[in-house]
Structures are given as structure tokens and as C-alpha cells.
Design a protein around this ligand. Structure first.
Ligand SMILES: O=C(O)CCC(=O)C(=O)O
Length: 300
């Protein structure tokens, strides 16, 4: 375990064995904006003003091609969506961190993590992690916000942040993500007449707050696929959309960074949210491989 995990394991133990009559401490704190670097401060200002931020030219050509090649192995023509939200002409592959290591650099990109550190509490989680390739003829995805299922009256703080990485050029014709600037601040947003396409070259990323109204665009071209990956992150006390650890072979834990383990849910929201059997989840039989029973076949 990493040093911070050891400290957390001690904190969990102390919280669970606290003396009756004493208060438990809930120490989680976001990074104060004043402590962020100048670039992050500028990014945050734009993000909170508009609800979204396009950052161009983040990935090199080589990084783009590595990601596209890795994803091609997972998109075999059988992954089209089952409804208008997933997109019936859209290839969607869920649970990417359990299936490929080709996107890890995007998940942990410092420009994105610097923002998340100031917006979400420590040990924020990966919530959605999908490839979304919009094919010619696809129609506009229904507009939505990503934290609509959290029943807190709007406007409210964002409980998450989304990224959509362009692996091919995003244009108004190929299905660029459509956003409604400023809609994150509106209690009852209803004017869907002026969506703005996040036009950006391959290798760019659009970052947006979970409170922003948006949707994947229509692809009106005859022959251009819009290739993208989305990673959504949420507060460490929210339930992630995807239950990715169910598909994650714990033998792979050694291959991923401590940050990735934390993002996948092998982390604690202080003092003990996310524990297993009173211990840090990295000490669980699943993570340590100490539970051979998990490998047996059974029917529910
Ligand atoms: O594909 C996109 O550009 C956005 C997708 C999206 O918002 C979603 O699937 O929740």
C-alpha cells in the first residue's frame, strides 16, 4: 500500500474504534483555488463561468493513434447502443479501465486532475468510462445533465466533472458534443434552441461540470466517424454510474498507478466510506488475492 493508504487505514481504524461520546473527524478538503497554479486558476474561471472548457492540442499524434488502435480491438461491430441515449448508430464500449490500458494517460491527465483537485473532494472516483464513436446518420442524443439522478434542487454544486476526448476532429457535422453555455447555473433550464458544438481538433478535450446541459451531436456526414472517449468523475461520496471493479481482474492492480486504484474505488472518503471489513479496500481479499473462493463458479 502507498503511504497515504497506510495513513488512511489508520484513520479508518481510529474512526471505527472511536471512543463513545467523542466526535469523529471528517477531514476531506478540496485543494483551495488560491493554491492552484496559474493555468489551473484560468481553467477553473472559464469552467465555472461557462460550465465547460475546451482545451486544444492536449494529445500528441502518437498518443491519439495509440488510443485509437487500442480501442479498435474493443469495437468489433457488436457494441452499438440499444436506444436513443446510447445511440443506435453509436459504438459504445463501457468499463474501459477494466479492458485496456490505452487510455490511462487521459484518465490521469495532469491538466484535468489539477481541475478535479479543486472541484471535488480527495479520492474522487471514476464514474463513467466509455468509448463513444458516433457513426454517420446518428441523431442528436437527448440533452441531459450528468448528475440529474441526484435529487438536490438546482442550481447546486457539481457532483461530478466530465471529459470528452476527441480522437478524430469534432465538427458540427461529425457529432461534436453540444453544450448550453451557462446552463449549469440555471434552476429549470428549458431553452434548448441554441446548442453550441464543441468544435475541436483531434487530441483536444472538452471538460464540463455535471450540472451543464449537453448531449452528443448528430453525425450528418456520409462517411466520417466521430471517435471519442469520455471519462466522468464524481465526488467520493456519490455512487459511480459504472461498477467497473466487477470486471477488473485484481491481478492487474500492480499494472496501474496508485492514482488509478484510487479512482477505481480502491480508496476511502474519510473517515471510512468505502472500507471493506473495517479496513482499507486495498487490504481486502479481493485486492490481495487472498480469497480463492472468489474464483469458483456459482449461479445466483
Ligand atoms: O458523446 C458525447 O459527446 C457526449 C455523450 C454524453 O453526454 C453521454 O453519453 O452522457
Amino acid at each position: 500500500m502507498e503511504r497515504t493508504d497506510k495513513a488512511q487505514a489508520k484513520a479508518i481504524h481510529e474512526a471505527l474504534t472511536a471512543d463513545p461520546g467523542k466526535s469523529i473527524s471528517f477531514e476531506a478538503a478540496k485543494l483551495p483555488v488560491e493554491q492552484a497554479d496559474e493555468q489551473t486558476k484560468r481553467d477553473l474561471a472559464a469552467l465555472f463561468r461557462d460550465g465547460f472548457l475546451v482545451i486544444e492540442g492536449v494529445l500528441t499524434t502518437e498518443q491519439i493513434e495509440t488510443a485509437r488502435a487500442g480501442l479498435r480491438k474493443l469495437t468489433d461491430g457488436s457494441t452499438n447502443g440499444r436506444n436513443g441515449f446510447e445511440g443506435e448508430l453509436t459504438e459504445r464500449v463501457y468499463g474501459l479501465p477494466a479492458k485496456t490500458r490505452c487510455c490511462d494517460e487521459m484518465i490521469e491527465h495532469p491538466r484535468v486532475l489539477n481541475l478535479l483537485d479543486c472541484i471535488l473532494e480527495p479520492n474522487y472516483l471514476l464514474s463513467a468510462m466509455q468509448c463513444i464513436n458516433i457513426h454517420p446518420g446518428e441523431t442528436m442524443q437527448p440533452y441531459h445533465t450528468d448528475d440529474a439522478f441526484i435529487k438536490v434542487p438546482r442550481p447546486h454544486q457539481p457532483f461530478g466533472v466530465a471529459t470528452v476526448w476527441a480522437l478524430t476532429d469534432f465538427t458540427a457535422e461529425t457529432g461534436a458534443t453540444m453544450v448550453f453555455p451557462g446552463s449549469h447555473k440555471v434552476a429549470d433550464f428549458k431553452d434548448f434552441s441554441n446548442p453550441v458544438p464543441c468544435v475541436m481538433p483531434a487530441g483536444s478535450v472538452v471538460v464540463f461540470l455535471s450540472t451543464l446541459w449537453h448531449g452528443g451531436g448528430a453525425n450528418v456526414t456520409k462517411d466520417k466517424v466521430r471517435e471519442a472517449i469520455t471519462f466522468q468523475y464524481c465526488e467520493p461520496y456519490c455512487r459511480p454510474q459504472e461498477n467497473v471493479l466487477l470486471g477488473f481482474d485484481p491481478a492487474q492492480l500492480a499494472e496501474v498507478s496508485p492514482k488509478m486504484r484510487s479512482l477505481l474505488g480502491l480508496s476511502i472518503h474519510p473517515p471510512f466510506i468505502g472500507h471493506f471489513d473495517g479496513k482499507h479496500p486495498l487490504k481486502s481479499p479481493w485486492a490481495t488475492g487472498a480469497h480463492p473462493g472468489f474464483r469458483t463458479q456459482h449461479k445466483l
